[in-house]
Design a protein around this ligand. Sequence first.
Ligand SMILES: [Zn+2]
Length: 436
Amino acid sequence: MESRNFILKGDIAYSKTQTRLLTSENSYLVCEKGKSAGVFPSLPPAFAGLPLADYTGKLILPGLTDIHMHAPQFTFRSLGMDLELLEWLNRHAFPEEAKYGDAEYAHLAYGRLVEHLKQGPNTRICFFATLHVPATMILMELLEKSGLVSLVGKVNMDRNSPDILREADAEASAGATREWLGAIEKNGPYKNTYPILTPRFIPSCSDDLMRALSAIQKQYALPLQSHLSENQREIEWVRELCPASSSYGNAYAQFDLFGAQTPTIMAHCVWSDKKELELMRSRSVYAAHCPQSNINLSSGIAPARRFLELGIPTGLGSDVAGGVHTSIFRAMTDAIGVSKLRQCLIAKDEAPLTLEEAFWMGTLGGGSFFGSAGLPGNTAATGSFDPGYEFDALVIDDANLTAPFRASVEERLRRVVYLSDDRNIVAKYVRGNPIK
Ligand SMILES: [Zn+2]
């Protein structure tokens, strides 16, 4: 990693805790060797010699983290938004993903995705790719060149999927995963792009495949991502497929693929009951809360308040293309919105999320996974400007969003979350490196 030492000057805001923002007007944010050295109202003499980028009057925020996105689905965002999950998968997701068997198509489509993400507010993303090894390598190479930090998963699926998008059996699927990990070792190691095991979800992975993935997980000490309790029909299906499992989460846990020694992200958890949430908490399984996708695919409203109360690590996901928008600012506003509906319609005792909590989820909440996933090197968490966090930062020109009077940094942050778009971003840093 290129190690950069410099100072940004401007109006700084970040989450000090899950419920409290820290704001510091006209202050200095110091980057040392790609990590934050802290925020200072006046510059300590020890840093006086460092180069300074003066962004006076602009906001400086942590980069946003998307912990659940399907890279190949970027191409059909907005299509099929009148369908429910399982129909949407069959009509749109599976046929599109099958196209990534063609390396040339993968190059074009992933190239557009990565260019789009460079312009936006997210600095870190956890991607599902497809089951194809060459296309997944193409995505990883493009991401590595972009400077963004990512976890990328070659998807495993050996049952209950169309012929055009299914591996022959457990052996073929696990073999392709080993081939992929071998290619990463040969091409890499990458500085910013890491592999993550990615069984698509229980319905598309046989027991034999899950056993094989468990062996690979132990051999390579990889983190893992998958889907959990997204949709009621899907949960019923898992019950039929795994009659011996006490819950959907348990269907992963029986193979040691649910937290504990396997750093894990589970997307959705909309219908996780008390027992399943407790299993997540006790094994530090991350919930990727994807409110926009849950709306679009009629999945329901995830109990985000419960995640926080129970101490389940929680971040936000775009879940493109279940979600249409890649920006995690949008996920923050959707998370707040659906939490209000949940209180209205489902659970009166679950208070809606505050802006502070949604902002925390989209920065430090998801960003902490990068510090706990056992990634190589000295990889630390991101999403905060406290000393020691990896330096992912956005500089936002919010002049067109503010009222014609002097507003507090906190009020300006609220406007940015709801109103800004990529045009407001004037600079973006990941691990202290500028993204251009
Ligand atoms: Zn998903």
